[in-house]
Design a protein around this ligand. Structure first.
Ligand code: NAD
Ligand code: UDP
Length: 314
């Protein structure tokens, strides 16, 4: 049994990770400041002797005895991370320094939830880990993109200077149950709009592309990366390479929900990447990982989740 800290454990990805780690027989500390996370996501675990919930903000130091740290704390949707841009960058920089300090004291392995956003608006397609990216350092997305890039730098410097056992995973767009209904990301927006027969809001002309990974596949990748015996430290892309345009995605959601919604077009937000698709050759080679869940299967589960949430709220 390992003692594992999951920061951002009450969020979308964190809640799935806590559940899986508990099922695999570990002791889990779920740390969260509840900015975008929710107790609903972890309610079923509260009361389990092997689960501890800590309300804390990683921009402040935290002390515990742990063997592994998954550092997921950080708002992930553009409206949420832009709501308080300075806080977002503090979470990625100060927060990671505090977690690396904890890893150093405990001799723990630390995995950083990095992002495809570190490639910015990519000029190399699909994105390979060796690509350094095309990021605007002064734009509206920079608090997130540059914060996450700095977090990667800190991970590598602590690894080189202090011999910390670090792992960097670059997560590409992930979706599934426990996403916040009002999160503002495309998957939750489109499904909630379609289920309520409201207009589907496409930003720009819908020609921009994304590649969507179901959350259980991502969790497999995170756990494999943390526990890989070869000490492959990354960075590694984890995502589903099935790329589609946002317009096609909107049509798929309308079809799968049997909705009467109409598509409407709104202005494209600043620095919105035109294309995104992970090259996952490295994850296949080093971790023997690839996604298994087909988009329709994953979306069906997600639609059922949001349908239930909407009915509960009415
Ligand atoms: P989320 O917003 O649902 O979860 C983030 C969690 O972190 C929330 O529970 C929030 O309350 C908590 N948090 C935020 N700031 C904190 C702080 N200062 N101290 C403590 N807790 C804090 O987002 P998510 O989709 O679950 O993303 C989890 C991680 O994965 C994030 O680091 C995100 O950048 C990364 N990521 C996610 C995606 C994706 O598609 N979901 C893609 C790339 C990277
Ligand atoms: N998007 C959209 N309508 C929405 C929400 C998002 O067209 O209601 C677009 C957004 O502009 C981006 C893509 O969908 O091009 C993915 O957006 P999301 O916020 O989910 O993630 P990210 O841009 O960080 O990949």
């Amino acid at each position: 049994m390992k003692r594992i800290l999951v920061t951002g454990g009450a969020g979308f990805i964190g809640s799935h990770l806590c559940k899986r780690l508990l099922e695999e027989g570990n002791d889990v500390i779920c740390l969260d400041n509840f900015f975008t996370g929710s107790k609903d996501n972890i309610r079923e675990m509260i009361g389990n002797n092997h689960f501890e919930l800590v309300r804390h903000d990683i921009t402040k130091e935290y002390f515990a005895e742990v063997d592994q740290i998954y550092n997921l704390a950080c708002p992930a949707s553009p409206p949420h991370y832009q709501y308080n841009a300075i806080k977002t960058i503090k979470t990625s920089v100060l927060g990671v320094i505090h977690m690396l300090g904890l890893a150093k004291r405990c001799k723990a392995t630390i995995l950083q939830a990095s992002t495809s956003e570190i490639y910015g608006d990519p000029q190399v397609h699909p994105q390979v880990e060796s690509y350094w990216g095309n990021v605007n350092p002064i734009g509206v997305r920079s608090c997130y993109d540059e914060g996450k890039r700095c977090a990667e730098t800190l991970m590598m410097d602590y690894h080189r200077q202090n011999k910390i056992d670090t792992r960097i995973v670059r997560i590409f767009n992930t979706y599934g149950p426990n996403m916040d209904m009002n999160d503002g990301r495309v998957v939750s927006n489109f499904i909630v709009q379609a289920l309520q027969n409201k207009d589907i809001t496409i930003y720009g002309d819908g020609s921009q592309t994304r590649s969507f990974c179901y959350v259980s596949d991502l969790i497999d990748g995170l756990i494999k990366m943390m526990n890989n015996p070869q000490k492959f430290i990354g960075p590694v892309n984890i995502g589903n390479p099935a790329e589609r345009s946002i317009l096609d995605f909107a049509k798929l959601i309308i079809e799968m929900t049997n909705s009467n919604s109409k598509i409407i077009y709104k202005p494209l937000p600043g620095d919105d990447p035109a294309q995104r698709k992970p090259d996952i050759s490295l994850a296949k080679k080093e971790l023997n990982w690839e996604p298994k869940v087909d988009i329709k299967e994953g979306l069906q589960k997600t639609i059922e989740y949001f349908d239930k949430k909407i009915k509960e709220n009415n």
